[in-house]
Design a protein around this ligand. Structure first.
Ligand SMILES: [Zn+2]
Ligand SMILES: [Zn+2]
Length: 347
């Protein structure tokens, strides 16, 4: 069968290749992969900057954002069911992983489908641990390929609420910095909660954000400090300076959650009084969040289903390029919206 493989650490090694057939083990379900989303992590792996092959292997099958159909009945699933699967798996030797919360792994020895030590989903068939499967309502159709990036948002928002709720707090006004797939999905999820949502990015306009009732601001012509303080800031742009700036955009008891990644070697600056006085005197918090656990996946799928009901045309616009596996280079080069690889049609 065909799969999309890379040599981790080697730039531009991504290619479609024959990968070994799979059989479902006793606790596994055989999946027919329909579609796989491409994100910045895949691009980094493809550029040789990230990713680790499974033990004893030279290559890694990539793809961690997927929608599949169950191929064979079993473990409560029926052939044809739509499912996705979690990405990060237990390190088996820390208290977080032992409590089924590998998103909070304390050792870093976890594995991740398509990223770290575990082959991913960009291939025709995958045998997956039944306990890692997330059911997808049929009505969501192909948009369920957005479940993984949505789970990242859902976890960030859950943690922000947990942190904010450590004291009397009202989450009313939220700012999303960045309007890529994660920023826009966060905008959808926060709008579903009825919040006053502001979405900011470099582009001059964003009709999609406004169509779902968010305010859009271009950071090219607006200083975010002019918008007034926020209870929640979600940094989804992956810009370290914007991350530092987010602490200064909060109002009293505000929480800033960092979801983007910016590994560039650089120094960023922050106003002395923002961190030295405001953060203390106004009980502000700045924190990072990675990955997601089962409850976040379920919340993400539920949120997608509700967003699909309320804004079907708008949600559909988030996937702006679909290409077959052999045209992966186009998906990797795509900017502006989510690009996906279509592996197979539905049965
Ligand atoms: Zn991703
Ligand atoms: Zn662990």
């Amino acid at each position: 069968m065909q799969g999309l493989v890379v040599h981790p650490g080697a730039a531009h090694s991504t290619r479609v290749a024959d990968v070994p057939d799979v059989k479902a083990g006793p606790n596994e379900v055989l999946l027919r992969i329909l579609e796989v989303g491409v994100c910045g992590t895949d691009r980094e792996i493809s550029e040789g900057l990230y990713g680790t092959a499974p033990a004893g292997e030279q290559t890694l099958v990539i793809g961690h954002e997927m929608l599949a159909q169950v191929e064979q009945d079993g473990h409560g699933f029926t052939r044809g069911d739509h499912v996705t699967a979690t990405v990060r798996r237990s390190c088996h030797h820390c208290i977080a992983c032992n409590e089924d919360q590998p998103d909070s792994c304390l050792t870093g020895d976890y594995s991740e489908r398509g990223i770290m030590r575990l082959d991913g989903f960009a291939r025709e068939l995958v045998a997956e641990d039944a306990a890692q499967l997330i059911p997808i309502p049929r009505s969501l159709g192909r948009l369920a390929v957005l479940a993984e990036p949505s789970s990242i948002c859902a976890r960030g928002i859950r943690h922000a609420r947990a942190i904010g709720n450590r004291q009397p707090w009202q989450l009313q006004r939220a700012l999303v910095v960045g309007a890529g797939a994660v920023g826009m999905l966060a905008t959808f999820l926060l709008r579903l909660e009825g919040l006053d949502v502001w979405t900011a990015s470099l582009e001059p306009a964003n009709e999609l954000a406004e169509a779902i009732g968010a305010h859009y601001v271009s950071t090219k012509d607006t200083d975010l400090k002019e918008l007034g303080g926020f209870d929640l800031v979600l940094e989804c742009a992956g810009d370290a300076q914007a991350m530092a700036d987010s602490l200064g955009l909060l109002r009293r008891s505000g929480v800033a959650c960092l979801l983007g990644i910016d590994p560039r070697k650089q120094r960023v600056s922050i106003d002395g009084p923002t961190i030295g006085a405001d953060a203390v005197l106004e009980n502000r918090v700045l924190f990072g969040s990675v990955n997601a656990q089962r409850q976040d996946w379920l919340a993400a799928v539920d949120g997608l289903a509700r967003a699909h009901e309320r804004w079907p045309d708008e949600l559909a616009q988030l996937v702006s390029l679909r290409v077959p596996l052999d045209r992966f280079a186009e998906a990797f080069a795509h900017r502006g919206g989510k690009a996906t690889l279509v592996l197979q049609s539905e049965r």
